[in-house]
Design a protein around this ligand. Structure first.
Ligand code: ATP
Length: 668
């Protein structure tokens, strides 16, 4: 036995009998395991254990698919490190070396050291070593020279990282080892990063290969890296259940569970709904496809609220009969740009996408300012008529005496006051394109009859002309009225209603939409671009926008942000930069001394107050109103107040508020 081996054994014996050592904690813990649990004697020098060829084949065959996927990563890593004297081992979860790159025939020391196919590196047999200790702890590590338990291994330096399978179980260990290395352990730390990075890539490649027929969601903390180097990758089925993930995603989800102990009930992570961890439903995935800029693909962790940037990869279309869970169709760009993840808007966009190139007239319903004309323009832009005119007509704004001539045109001198050259009329102007009849519910009955004829016969007869002129138009009408009630009241022709209502698209009110933050970000970016100011909202201002009911919908939002950008002193829009009606229409009557209710919840003193445990009726009322305004979506309330969900849940408990949604203090 050599002198350094004897010294090493001395150190092991002292450490095992409870004397501290200068080793890393992970090494010391492994030494203690070797002595106390694996009953290894530090004094005995063991030969490497190499399994028989037949057993090696069994181990290899058991992970055939994995080895195939891993091989490219293994070779890439070897090419990078071979010149530095390393060999490369891939072991299975039991520590048997199932793949090896290096040439042991050149160096019989490698074989003697167990750096060879079939070598068993499990800790109970081999003692502290990179592979064995990695299997025991699940951690990547360097076991450098005399860190090894067995004194025969102390010339070696070994660096290993675990590779997990998509359910989070250990699948393999990737290891690089060298017979000779510089003395300081730090010389191996770069190698450690390298091995970890390749292990992560092998893990992800295995996941993608296993679930290539499912939705794949990739996430990164920054939009710049969402598409090139996503840290987190998971597979999701058509019903939104998590099927598999890489290890970083597993760690992320485990951290999330720590925020909500009620969910850490020991159920496996695979099989849980995506929405348990991310503010995301399966229906949201189409908006996360890479056709949209990464900065617009933000999702939040459901419990902590941490933002991440996502890329969703759609499963390939199945050739067999389409299933009801088939992913949403890819929308034409103008329709895709209408929303960012609002379910009702996505349904409208998907329905409109099916109708863009039909001859059918469409009716768009929705409160004022919900974007009826905006949608009509998007349908026009997505259709084959895109290069032709889009002609809007506001039926409520035109005087009844003029509307007929404006719409259908007239011949020269057709009536007193008519233009000498006559007029083509808006219907003719729209020839080849789209005629948008806004406020159709305000069209006089006589004109409804003429319009019906245009729609039925696709021809128009200008005033003063006897022969009709054929026209090729697509009619999209819009109304904020209840047209069925108008029909019942005799103010709207039933036959016209039926002709228009072949395709009805109902727009949600802004207060019902889940993508308010996205709309705000879009408007601020537009205004910021013009004024060269990178506008953003303060937490209080955001809370006020979320609490407001928006009777004027998107138009009112756009105007409010115009105002706020104009009066804001700098790039951060504060609560008092918002128009009065929004500040003062916050959820409950004002608090003590005129304090704005949102400020009651959002201000730093209020957040402090959450911890302090005091209860005031204003505070309870304000929180109740905010929850109601957000339809009891706790994540949305937390976002609005700039705190995390657990704070809101804690506060709800303290104030005795129970959600009507789940009976679990507010569910999401
Ligand atoms: N999805 C959207 N994204 C961005 N801006 C939008 C969106 N929808 C509507 N807007 C903007 O909101 C404002 C109001 O939209 P629009 O005029 O289409 O509403 P409307 O329902 O037709 O209103 P009204 O009932 O008063 O006729 C417009 O400035 C429009 O550009």
């Amino acid at each position: 036995m050599k002198r350094e081996q004897a010294a090493h054994i001395d150190e092991l014996v002292r450490a095992a009998s409870g004397h501290g050592s200068r080793r890393d904690a992970i090494i010391e813990a492994s030494w203690r395991r070797c002595v106390n649990e694996h009953n290894l004697d530090p004094v005995v020098l063991r030969d490497p254990c190499i399994v028989t060829h037949a057993r090696l084949r069994e181990h290899q065959e058991a992970m055939d698919e994995f080895l195939h996927t891993a091989r490219f990563g293994v070779e890439t890593l070897y090419r990078e490190v071979a010149g530095l004297g390393y060999v490369l081992l891939l072991t299975d979860a039991k520590g048997i070396t199932v793949d090896f790159i290096g040439d042991p025939t050149f160096d019989s020391n490698l074989m003697r050291a167990g750096l060879y196919l079939g070598a068993d590196w499990n800790e109970p047999h081999a003692g502290t070593c990179a592979v064995g200790t990695c299997i025991a702890t699940g951690e990547a590590l360097v076991v450098h020279q005399s860190d090894h338990f067995d004194a025969t291994h102390i010339p070696l330096t070994c660096t290993a990282a675990p590779v997990f399978d998509p359910s989070g179980a250990l699948a393999a260990v990737l290891d690089i080892s060298a017979l000779h290395s510089p003395q300081p352990k730090e010389s191996q730390y770069l190698a450690l990063q390298f091995v970890k990075s390749v292990a992560h890539k092998i893990e992800t490649a295995h996941l993608l290969n296993r679930f290539r027929r499912e939705w794949i969601v990739k996430l990164a903390p920054s939009p710049e890296f969402a598409d090139v180097d996503p840290a987190y990758v998971l597979a999701v089925d058509g019903s939104g259940r998590i099927l598999g993930f890489n290890n970083r995603t597993r760690q992320l989800m485990m951290r999330e569970l720590e925020c909500r102990p009620a969910l850490a009930d020991g159920r496996p992570l695979a099989g849980r709904p995506l929405s348990e961890f991310f503010d995301l439903q399966v229906d949201d995935l189409p908006r996360l496809m890479p056709s949209r800029p990464a900065s617009q693909r933000m999702v939040r962790l459901a419990l902590s609220g941490t933002p991440l940037f996502a890329q969703a990869q759609q499963p390939p279309a199945r050739v067999a009969s389409p299933s009801p869970l088939a992913p949403a169709p890819v929308l034409p760009k103008p329709l895709e740009a209408l929303t960012c993840g609002d379910g009702a808007m996505l349904e409208v966009a998907a329905r409109a996408a099916k109708l863009v190139n039909t001859q059918m007239s469409l009716l768009i319903c929705g409160e004022t300012g919900t974007g009826k004309e905006h949608l009509a323009k998007a349908i026009h832009a997505a259709s084959g008529r895109a290069g032709k005119p889009f002609v809007p007509v506001n039926c409520a704004a035109l005087p009844e005496t003029l509307i007929e001539g404006e719409l259908f045109g007239y011949e020269p001198g057709a009536f007193t006051g008519a233009a000498a050259k006559g007029k083509r009329g808006l219907v003719m102007e729209a020839d080849g394109g789209t005629l948008f009849l806004d406020e159709i519910g305000d069209m006089p009955l006589t004109l409804q009859t003429r319009l019906l004829r245009v729609l039925a016969e696709r021809e128009v007869t200008p005033i003063g002309r006897t022969r009709p002129v054929p026209v090729n138009i697509r009619v999209i009408a819009a109304t904020h009225r209840d047209l069925i009630a108008e029909v019942k009241a005799g103010r709207f022709r039933e036959d016209l209603y039926f002709r228009l209502s072949g395709g009805v698209l109902a727009l949600p009110a802004l207060r019902q939409r889940a993508d308010l933050d996205w709309l705000v970000a879009r408007f601020l970016a537009e205004r910021g671009g013009v004024l060269r100011v990178p506008f953003e909202l303060s937490g209080e201002a955001r809370a006020a926008l979320h609490a407001y009911a928006w009777p004027g919908n998107i138009r009112e939002l756009a105007n409010a942000l115009d105002y706020a950008c104009a009066v804001a002193g700098d790039a951060v829009i504060a609560w008092d930069d918002l128009p009065d009606r929004i500040r003062h229409a916050a959820p409950v009557a004002t608090g003590p001394c005129g304090t704005a209710p949102v400020a009651l919840l959002a201000g730093s003193s209020a957040v402090g107050g959450m911890a302090a445990g005091g209860t005031s009726p204003d505070e309870r009322g304000a929180l109740l109103a905010l929850l109601a305004a957000q339809r009891w979506n706790v994540s949305a309330v937390a976002r609005a107040l700039g705190v995390d969900r657990t704070t809101i849940h804690r506060r709800m408990r303290r104030l005795g508020i129970t959600s009507p949604r789940h009976g679990d203090e507010g569910g999401n």
